[in-house]
Write a protein that binds this ligand. Structure first.
Ligand code: OAD
Length: 249
């Protein structure tokens, strides 16, 4: 699908002059890699469950094996996919800009696989596993096998290293993200419905600090009316065009 994207010259000029640029990404960036968004993922085998039943501490306590198998299923889907042009364009832009930070709500690890480095994973990572008692990382090669496996140190159940509904975000991650939003010159909101807090608060903080706000989303969101620049295009088309206009990296 060829999507011609028009990028305002003023945006490119603003980006070139930006001393600090923040990119916030959501499920829309990974949708073009074929990963169903959080709510679309409940297809087929899992259609009889609601995310709130599986991606929650109560859901895990109620049926740890069901929740573990669901995450194994999601990891299988993500392992079959690749970063798309939007992920690669973000890495190129980060290399070309003075200072930039990529903050993602996605747990699929595709930004890392595209080579992005200055990265904060607000909601954790599908491929990380933790001891459910002390939340310390548990490596695959050390756990006691099972569905779910058990912690080799205390025999507690192992859980996925993602933020569940009703859980706090990693304090250092959200604090660093807030600081970056408070001091950036340009803030991108890409592929997110901007509905889920505290991530959605970052755009508000950026607006409050007088940053130039850019939204990349084929659909309008609650942020659209406040954004300085709105690219109503898929991120896989818009981001490579911005990267191209910014220059080689
Ligand atoms: P959503 O599913 O809420 O929103 C995805 C957004 O991506 C929508 O606004 C779509 O219009 C947009 N979109 C779809 N395709 C796109 C494309 N090709 N390019 C650009 N945008 C596109 O996903 P998030 O906003 O990421 O939290 O959801 C935030 C959080 O809610 C998730 O991290 C998850 C969920 O509960 C946890 O798991 C803790």
């Amino acid at each position: 699908m060829s999507t011609s994207v028009t990028v305002d010259d003023r945006l490119i000029q603003t980006l070139r002059e930006s001393a600090s640029t923040v990119f916030l990404t959501g499920a829309g960036v990974s949708a073009e890699s074929g990963i169903p968004t959080f709510r679309d993922a409940m297809t087929g085998l899992w259609s009889r469950y609601r995310p709130e039943e599986l991606a929650t501490p109560d859901g895990f306590e109620r049926d740890p094996e069901l929740v573990w198998r669901w995450y194994e299923w999601r990891r299988g889907i993500v392992s079959e996919t690749d970063p798309n042009p939007g992920h690669h364009a973000l890495r190129r832009m980060q290399h070309g800009l003075t200072t930039s930070l990529l903050i993602t709500q996605n747990v699929d690890g595709l930004h890392q696989r595209a080579g992005s480095e200055q990265l904060i994973e607000l909601h954790g990572n599908l491929f990380r596993n933790l001891c459910s008692r002390d939340m310390h990382p548990v490596m695959t090669e050390e756990w006691v096998p099972g569905n779910p496996p058990r912690c080799p140190r205390c025999d507690s159940l192992v859980r996925p290293g993602v933020v569940w509904f009703g859980e706090m975000l990693p304090p250092d991650a959200i604090e660093s993200a807030r600081q970056a939003a408070m001091s950036c010159d340009v803030f991108f909101s890409i592929g997110t419905s901007a509905q889920v807090y505290p991530a959605a608060q970052l755009a508000e903080i950026a607006l409050g600090n007088g940053a130039t706000v850019v939204e990349v989303n084929p659909e309008p969101t609650t942020l659209t009316r406040y954004a300085d620049f709105v690219l109503s295009s898929p991120s896989g088309a818009a981001l490579p065009e911005i990267a191209r206009r910014l220059g080689p990296n």
